[in-house]
Write a protein that binds this ligand. Sequence first.
Ligand SMILES: [Zn+2]
Length: 273
Amino acid sequence: MSAAVTTPEYPLFDTHCHFDFDAFAAQFADELALACQQGVQRILIPSIGRQNWQRVATLAADYPDHIYYALGYHPYFLASAGLNPLDDLEQALDARSSACVAVGEVGLDAMVDIDAKVQETLLLGQLALAQAAGLPVVLHSRKTHNRLLQLLKQTRFQGGGVLHAFSGSEQQARQFIDLGFKIGVGGGITYPRANKTRRTISALPLEHLVLETDAPDMPLCGYQGHNNHPCRLPLVLNELVLLRKEDKQTVASTVWKNSNLLFSICERIPTEM
Ligand SMILES: [Zn+2]
């Protein structure tokens, strides 16, 4: 199935969208068409745990031109991870399709009520599985950037990936970049009060940035109280263009290229029959 109706001016890649969540389930084909109409041709859906691995794989199989997925355990949902989480993930990765282009969403979160040691043990196991599968990781980090950097260095993780919804200092961002990670730029930059992150994003090399919405979370400035949607990704692009003072075509084509490179996907959009 293909939901595209027009060839967009700038193809965009939403590198982090929980498009399988209930908010989009009732009218999924229409929601995807809405995103495609705004140029959002490709979407990576990260999983949160065993409970949605099948669902994200099925969406990718149903919409192969548009949907890619990642398998992993999100730090928020570790309570439902089961008794042998790493064995389960290894099995799921062994059975993955070519649309599974990363391990994620994995990481650390200092704001959630789950023991840090438990989070770290599962993260390390997932990094090892990603390394073995030759896949990059989609990283979640809340108030844990420095610890995450420490662990990535200790384990000598080589697979790279993306630090999603980045907010933080330029120094932290550059350390992740040095370890082979892209920086996920989301709706956070549309808030004038997000000074530090906006400054950081404008200073980093464009070659290391990718776009994301994190929908249905992270509403853009002006849309607070509403579910976020991948169709708003062009607004994140516009803000990035304003911040960087580079021309839109350059920014759009570079982040498109970065995103496909990150997930080892062919950049070219196949012409539709
Ligand atoms: Zn997420």
